[in-house]
Structures are given as C-alpha cells and as structure tokens.
Design a protein around this ligand. Structure first.
Ligand SMILES: Nc1ncnc2c1ncn2[C@@H]1O[C@H](COP(=O)(O)OP(=O)(O)OP(=O)(O)O)[C@@H](O)[C@H]1O
Ligand SMILES: C[C@@](O)(CCO)CC(=O)[O-]
Ligand SMILES: [Mg+2]
Length: 319
C-alpha cells in the first residue's frame, strides 16, 4: 500500500505574532505545497527527501532516527510526528516540497499536516481535518516551543481565512479583485526563534508591547471589513500600519524592509512582512501594477504571484 498526502503553504495577510497572544489573524493557503509519499519498508524505517538532500534511518535499539545525510532542520517536525504517532514499524517516507523553507510561507505547517494525514491514512485511523489541524498544532508547538494554530489550520483547511480570538475559522470568498505578490529573500527566518524574541520583548516591556499586540488585532478586524467590502487601497494602508508595528516588535530586517519599500514604489497599495520575519518574505497588495511589483521584487530577490488555494490537505491510497 502506498499513500500520498499533500498540504499547501500559507501566507499571513494580517496578525502574525499577535495571533500567538490570542489576537485574530487573516491568512491564505497558497499554490505551493508539501507532498509526502509513505509505504511499507522491508525491515528498517527510513525517510528521505531528494528535494532537501536528507536521509534518516530508525535506530531500532535506541528507537531514534539517525540522520545519514543532510541537516536536521525541517525534518524535526516529521521526527516529532514519528516519535509521537507511529509504532516504529518499518515505513519508507519521502518528502517533496515546492515551498521555500524558513520563508514565512508555512513550510513547517505544510510538512506537518501532510505527514500526519499520510501516517493516519496508512494506519487506517479514523480522522477528519479538525483532528489533523489539532494534532498538527500540537506538533508545531512541541518543536517550536510556541505556535498559534494559524499556520496549521490554513494548511489543513485551505482557502483565505479569518481566525477569530476564540480560534474559530471563517472563510472569505477567495476571488478577491486584488492580487498579491510575495517577495522572499534567500535569508531564511526561524519561526521558533522569532516568536521567542517577541515573547521576551513583551515580558521586558509589557506596558508598551501589549498595546501594540492589541492594535495589530484591531488592524486585522479592520482588514476583515476591507476584504469583505473589497476596499483594496484600505487593505494596503492597513498592511503598511501593520508593518510599522511588526518593525517595533523587532522582526524586521534590512532585506525585508528593502522589499517592502520596493513593492510600494512599484505601485503596491501596501506591503508588509508575512510570517515570522527575521528573514523570509513580504506580501504586497496589488489592486493594480501586479506585474510591475513582481518584476521589481524579482530583480534582487525572488517573487511569486499568489493565488489563494481553496484546496487544503488531501490524502489518498495510490496502490
Ligand atoms: N535548508 C533547510 N533544510 C532543511 N530544513 C531547514 C532548512 N532551512 C531551515 N530549515 C528548518 O526548517 C524549519 C522552517 O520552519 P519555520 O517555521 O521556521 O519556517 P516556515 O514554516 O517556512 O515559515 P513560517 O513558519 O514563518 O511560515 C526550521 O526548523 C528551520 O530550522
Ligand atoms: C509568527 C507566527 O504568528 C506565524 C508564523 O508563520 C507564529 C504562529 O502563529 O505560530
Ligand atoms: Mg513554520
């Protein structure tokens, strides 16, 4: 029996970091995915990724995976799943990824969601998307130390979603008139590290940082109205204010700033960091000039035109 599972990456329009402290957020699944192929192995469990150049094998005595090739990185999420959810019976697992890693596009969430779906299907477990989203959030939390359910919910359910303060999801109509461009640098971010740095800033300056977190939540609620009313220029203006507050939380970098201002100069109605920051990506709202913004960002860095994908995780037995 061979199982294939796939889950989309994501981009956050509003609310990153504030969502960790219970504020709402808006994020969309993007047309970049993580795919897991899983089948029975002969005698020892191995998993590999030709895309990422790593291979690991289960040490049957220590019951731990030993890395034979490549660096740990994103496979920490898969290892955590195999450690917590698998009985160590021999399996062969292969990861392919067309989401740039550490770029704020939810590679960790997509890999986690796709791996859980493939493993539960292989184990003939009864599960639904809500169960996958819940377990995936637990795995991201365990690996990163702190994680909101945002990334893993978007990767599981797909679409463009509003995550409320009480963690309820509501979906927007994804054929927004606006189009979006994502710019990403080769300088990777690390979500766990950035979330911890905001947490310590907040602990040192609660009277200053708490109102900033709350204001980001208010911006997200204003943006929800602007999306529903298709007010693209208002959306861009709110992105710019959100960017200023992310800068104040210390998650901005020179490279991200350069792309933010380049996108605005090329005609975006607004632009901001998307994801954890500290590297990774920016998102630009382009009611007009999408090609000009795409070209401007592609000149020094990398850029993708974003179509929100309604397709969340999917899993099937292929033979
Ligand atoms: N070249 C690489 N190969 C494998 N793993 C990597 C590589 N570069 C970074 N990693 C690891 O991949 C993980 C990326 O997860 P992280 O959550 O930081 O990024 P992301 O999910 O892509 O972005 P975000 O969470 O902001 O949307 C980190 O644990 C990082 O250590
Ligand atoms: C920075 C953050 O808000 C989004 C990372 O993509 C962390 C999280 O929500 O877990
Ligand atoms: Mg992540």
């Amino acid at each position: 029996m061979e199982i294939i599972a796939s889950a989309p990456g994501k981009t956050i329009l509003f609310g990153e970091h504030a969502v960790v402290y219970g504020e709402p957020a808006i994020a969309g699944a993007v047309n970049k995915r993580a795919t897991i192929r899983l089948k029975e192995a002969s005698d020892v469990s191995i998993f590999k990724s030709n895309d990422l150049g790593f291979e690991a094998e289960l040490d049957t005595v220590a019951k731990r995976y030993r890395l034979k090739k490549g660096k740990p990185g994103i496979i920490k999420y898969i290892l955590e799943i195999l450690h917590k959810c698998h009985d160590h019976s021999p399996i062969e697992l292969d990861l392919s990824l067309d989401i740039p890693i550490g770029s704020g596009l939810g590679s960790s969430a997509a890999v986690t969601v796709a791996t859980l779906a493939a493993l539960f299907k292989y184990q003939r477990k009864k599960f639904n998307k809500s169960f996958i989203a819940k377990k995936a959030h637990e795995i991201e939390n365990n690996v990163q130390g702190v994680a909101s359910p945002l990334d893993t919910r978007v990767s599981t359910f797909g679409g463009l979603i509003y995550l409320s303060k009480d963690k309820k999801i509501s979906k927007f109509d994804t054929n927004l008139k606006s189009s979006f461009v994502i710019g990403y640098t080769s300088k990777r971010g690390n979500t766990g590290r950035m979330v911890k740095s905001v947490k310590s800033l907040k602990n040192r300056n609660p009277m200053v940082v708490n109102p900033i977190i709350k204001t980001i939540g208010k911006i997200t609620d204003e943006a929800k109205i602007a999306i529903i009313k298709k007010q693209e220029f208002k959306l861009g203006e709110l992105m710019n204010i959100n960017q200023g507050l992310l800068d104040s939380l210390g998650v901005n970098t020179n490279e991200l700033s350069r792309m933010v201002y380049l996108a605005r100069k090329a005609g975006a109605s607004g632009s901001k960091i998307t994801g954890a920051g500290g590297g990774g990506s920016i998102i630009a709202c382009c009611p007009r000039n999408q090609d000009r913004v795409f070209k401007a960002l592609s000149y020094h860095d990398n850029a993708i035109k974003v179509n929100f994908s309604n397709r969340g995780v999917f899993v099937k037995e292929i033979r």
